[in-house]
Design a binder for this molecule. Structure first.
Ligand code: NCD
Length: 369
């Protein structure tokens, strides 16, 4: 347990070159564990790759091509914390790439109930599979596993599908993909480079809700630090404000930011609103119950003050943070996020197995004119 505790102690500190180097190979993620592994160029390339995959998948012939890419590899989806979208979009991503996959979703069905350690369980998985996608309740466990895998004779890649209260890098990638895609609207010429412009410069991006325990916000904040010229608003009850480690990271990157505790006065000046639910499963003593949710919610009445191009996002599941009548407004992008997650996860898996070149070649051979 020593190593898990040691790893768990580190995620809230600033990223170190060493930690990232242990997760990367040839300067690109081998294991996808921390959002800080992605620089601006890799974010833009993965957004573009996601677009290419979704275009190729539009035709039967394209779908068949994609299915050949990873039919010789197998994935294990080890999800021992509840999940709908992340699990299903990884499942769909494996299917898009023709990758056979299997799942463990409940520790009570594994030999862990007979006393097998989690580390041994992971070691077993490496004997059968070529990729592990993992959702786990403990911060740092994904990083611990990646480091353990590196020491094995045949290291296989690990993708973090959400680790405790700490990180959710693939969600952050689909979030930034959705944000950049939405801001690049109206769609430029079909094959024009879409993501390299300074799309976030001058924008006000607000995060609202439980920012202390919401891992998606933490990971997305790391990715946004690859951009400049925007203002970040963190709108949360004081006890659930974003961690100081994130604030320090943002400051190191020279990004303007402010902490607030009510979204209503500022809604009219926001270009992107990232709404989140209270993460009350982490409550020690029912503390979420005394919160005034009106401060961190979007009502239909507020929509009159929305900017025309406001991008409303939510990692989901939602409780009451966004009135359902907002769903049909053009500003609502949370259902796009759900779909974008599937393409982005397919792009991440393809890139992990170095299939990105084959996808680009196919795209340029068949889909450009
Ligand atoms: C999020 C998570 O699991 O962190 N869900 C998701 O993956 N889309 C957000 C949440 O549970 O609130």
């Amino acid at each position: 347990m020593q190593s898990i505790d040691a790893a768990a102690a580190t995620p809230h500190t600033e990223d170190s070159t060493q930690r990232i180097a242990a997760l990367n190979r040839n300067d690109k993620p081998f294991h996808v564990v921390l959002a800080q592994q992605f620089d601006r160029q890799s974010i833009e390339q993965l957004c573009q790759l996601s677009d290419m995959i979704r275009t190729i998948a539009n035709t039967r012939q394209g779908t068949q091509f994609l299915r050949t890419l990873l039919s010789h590899r197998r994935a294990m989806l080890y999800f021992i914390q509840p999940s709908t979208r992340t699990f299903l979009s990884f499942t769909a991503a494996c299917q898009i790439l023709g990758m056979p996959h299997n799942e463990v979703r409940d520790r009570s069905t594994s030999s862990e109930v007979k006393g097998e350690s989690e580390d041994d369980t992971i070691r077993v998985l490496t004997q059968y599979f070529d990729l592990i996608v993992m959702r786990h309740p403990s911060e740092g466990f994904a990083e611990h596993v990646a480091n353990m895998l590196n020491k094995m004779p045949r290291p296989i890649p690990l993708i973090n599908g959400g680790s405790g209260k700490d990180q959710h890098p693939t969600q952050a990638m689909l979030d930034i993909y959705t944000l950049l895609r939405s801001l690049a609207q109206p769609k430029p010429q079909r094959h024009a480079p879409r993501y390299t412009a300074d799309l976030l410069a001058g924008k006000t991006i607000a995060f609202a809700g439980d920012l202390k325990r919401g891992r998606t916000v933490r990971s997305l904040a790391y990715l946004l630090c690859r951009y400049s010229g925007m203002r970040l608003l963190f709108i949360a009850p004081p006890a659930l404000q974003i961690g100081d480690d994130i604030i320090k990271y943002i400051e190191r990157h020279g990004i303007e930011h402010e902490k607030l505790d009510d979204i209503r006065p500022v809604i009219g000046e926001i270009d992107a609103a990232y709404m989140t639910r209270m993460q009350d499963e982490w409550d020690a003593d029912g503390e979420s119950q005394s919160i005034d949710y009106a401060n961190y919610s979007l009502t239909y009445e507020m929509s009159k003050r929305f900017k025309d191009n406001l991008v409303i996002m939510h990692p989901l599941p939602r409780r009451g943070e966004i009135d359902e009548r907002i769903d049909t407004l053009p500003q609502a992008k949370y259902w796009d996020q759900v779909k974008n997650g599937m393409w982005m996860r397919a792009a991440l898996i393809a890139s992990t197995f170095n299939c990105d070149g084959a996808i680009r070649d196919h795209y340029y051979a068949y889909y450009t004119y």
